[in-house]
Design a protein around this ligand. Sequence first.
Ligand code: SAM
Length: 286
Amino acid sequence: MNNLSNINTIKDIMKRHGFTFSKSLGQNFLINPSVCPRIAEMGNANQDFGIIEIGTGFGVLTVELAKRAKKVVAIEIDSKLIPVLNETLSEYNNVKVINEDVLKVDLAKLIQEEFKGMNVAVCANLPYYITSPIIMGLLEQRLPIQSITVMVQKEAAQRLCAKMGTRDCGAVTAAVCYYSDPKVLFQVSRGSFMPAPNVDSTVIRLDIKQETPRNVENEQHLFKLIRAAFSQRRKTLANPVSSLMGIKKEVVIAALAEVGLKPTARAEELTLEQFILLSNQLVKEA
Ligand code: SAM
């Protein structure tokens, strides 16, 4: 198969298969030939690893993963791409394509069935409209994976990899910090895609922690608190936490004081450890 990041190859495939890009499925395909090999190399695609890819497009990244990894299972929602992939991936016998919505796939079962005896990593150029649900889903399910290496919108990368306690952070930042060590790998300009999106992109890697913080009384409560606090991120967190969690405001303020925080504390000022202490305190007082 010709180089899949070549515009003439893409146009030829589109013509022969009658394929048109779907904006609603986030179909911006990579045409910069240097990007996919770098994602594969920095994303653990090697002979010790099985790789889950999310969103194949024509297979430009899938091919680079298949060349390096022991096995690739690629999940693509658009059934119009399946005949294209049968053609573009025909040389690789270590690739399985699953025509499904990734948010509906039982990934724990998939890993158990497809990757016996292998380390597992996720690599993808994500469909941007569902970046957060995909990443949150991968993290919260506590899947037996080593890393998640994904290209996301530049602004999403800033939020995902932000330091807690800074203006860039959000509820998703807390989840990322809780479950993983995030790193920004490299930037990709909007001109590297066809069609070109309106924003630049960033490739990030989340190295999954072997152990999450041990001092958490109730994980569900912690994440409920974090989501409530960030629902009005620039405002005093006592108000949304009180109304969304059904706790009296005086109780929230007393808990804040107990863990050394001001009654006017805002979500974006707290570290993950401070959220954990506050959650533990509220659980204790409940
Ligand atoms: N990997 C290709 C590349 O780098 O050129 C395509 C990336 S494109 C940004 C995102 C891909 O995700 C598209 O092929 C799109 O059809 C697919 N996609 C969108 N929503 C999906 C979902 N819910 N589950 C699985 N794949 C999805």
